[in-house]
Design a protein around this ligand. Structure first.
Ligand code: PLP
Length: 419
């Protein structure tokens, strides 16, 4: 099936009522046929619903549909994008291990990797996403995952997948891509040789800024990388917390299964059925919306590039952009709705954000409503001056998340704010 068809139908088989819309299964728990049935579900002899912290029929449709769009081998929903990123790390790394992360990532990912997981004894080593050859000097036998964003937020760089994947494969290390900005419509990292994809579903997936959520997707055949790989010994050894289950021995996607059985069980950042239903509504129009977001952002980037007050514009769809070649290589249908531009100073940037009317001052991206953000004073405020430079965020940087309003109105709004 083609992508737009998958976006509308994948993962849903009508229940006995024949409901066209996916129902919201608003329930905490599920009745077992008898105790034997319950025991079979707990021991994975049979697969089925146990408790909504682990699975839910509405969330199941969201997971299957998203998995189909990413062309993955299995998916698990989470309560937020940050939970998805944390679980992807926690699923492989423990105290004494390290992870290799691009410096240019979302601010929450920077604080998670640079501060929070440090307290759990996991070290983060950073590389410049524009210079992936740096990765090689950072990895050792304790490196568990290489994490980067396909299109980075907010610096809007594009990852060189081939270069990163080549190093990861050389050392048998998992790659994990935050594909939030690109969405599976514009880029499918699992088809480019990456192992895990994480998303904030709070952005383009819901599409209208409706609900916080996340998802983790693993590639088909990931078990080949895990099996007998000493980096991932805990996938190959009996899990004492689950009757000695060995994840890599099961005919099920090991990574997302372990997130579900161990991390959702113990940490519980599960999406609510209602939120999963909202993500499903968003996915139905995701292919159409991503096309429009990309077209409008390109028009606005062209406009800004010719404006005398704008020092530089960062949008990978622009021919002048340093990432244009990479964008053309990996993104065939557009380069999403996120762009940034730099003006003279922090004060000028803040004044522009204060003057726009259609572009709202909000710390979000991927909404149908256009958004303007000053990262240095908001999303990245907690970063030190040095961290800001490393993330590529000067004080005069303004980020736009171009929504679905008429592009002429959006340009007129910016024209007024820049005058
Ligand atoms: N990844 C990226 C690229 C993001 O932009 C964000 C949030 O802005 C996140 C992850 C975190 O997602 P959430 O807000 O759903 O936790």
């Amino acid at each position: 099936m083609k992508e737009q068809t998958l976006a509308i139908h994948a993962g849903y088989e009508k229940d006995a009522q024949g409901t066209m819309a996916v129902p919201i299964y608003q329930t905490t728990a599920y009745e077992f046929r008898n105790t034997e049935h319950a025991a079979n579900l707990f021991s994975l002899k049979e697969l089925g619903n146990i408790y909504t912290r682990l699975m839910n029929p509405t969330t199941d449709v969201f997971e299957k549909r998203f998995n189909a769009l990413e062309q993955g081998g299995g998916a698990v929903g989470t309560a937020s994008g940050m939970a998805a990123i944390f679980y992807a790390i926690a699923n492989v790394a423990e105290a004494g291990d390290n992870i290799v992360v691009a410096s240019q990532v979302y601010g929450g990912t920077t604080t998670l990797t640079g501060h929070t997981i440090k307290r759990f004894g996991i070290e983060t080593r950073y590389f410049n996403v524009n210079n992936p050859s740096e990765i090689e000097a950072l990895v050792d036998e304790k490196t568990k995952i290489i994490l980067f964003e396909s299109i980075t937020n907010p610096s809007i760089d594009v990852a060189d997948f081939d270069a990163i994947v080549a190093i990861a494969k050389k050392y048998n290390i998992m790659t994990c891509v935050d594909n939030t900005v690109a969405t599976p419509i514009l880029c499918k990292p699992l088809t480019l040789g990456c192992d895990i994809v994480v998303h904030s579903a709070s952005k383009y997936t819901t599409g209208q800024g409706l609900a916080i959520g996340g998802i983790i997707v693993e590639r088909e055949g990931l078990v080949d990388l895990i099996k007998e790989n000493p980096r991932y010994a805990h996938f190959n050894e009996p899990d004492a917390s689950y009757h000695g289950l060995v994840y890599s021995d099961l005919p099920l996607p090991p990574f997302t299964l372990r997130v579900r059985l161990a991390l959702l069980r113990d940490l519980g950042a599960t999406p609510s059925p209602f939120n999963s239903w909202l993500y499903i509504q968003g996915i139905e129009t995701l292919p159409l919306r991503m096309k429009q977001h990309s077209e409008s952002a390109l028009k606005i980037a062209n406009y800004l590039e010719s404006h005398p007050k704008v020092k530089s514009v960062n949008y990978p769809g622009l021919k002048s952009n340093a990432n244009y070649a990479l964008a053309n290589k990996y993104f065939t249908k557009g380069t999403s709705g996120l762009l940034s531009f730099e003006v003279e100073s922090k004060e000028v940037a803040q004044a522009i954000a204060d003057k726009t009317e259609i572009f709202k001052v909000v710390v979000n991206i991927g909404d149908s409503k256009s958004i303007i953000t000053h990262p240095a004073s908001t999303t990245h405020q907690q970063l030190s001056a040095q961290e800001l430079i490393e993330c590529g965020i000067p004080g005069g940087l303004v980020r736009l998340s171009v929504g679905l309003e008429d592009t002429e109105d959006l340009i007129a709004d910016l024209e007024k704010a820049l005058s």
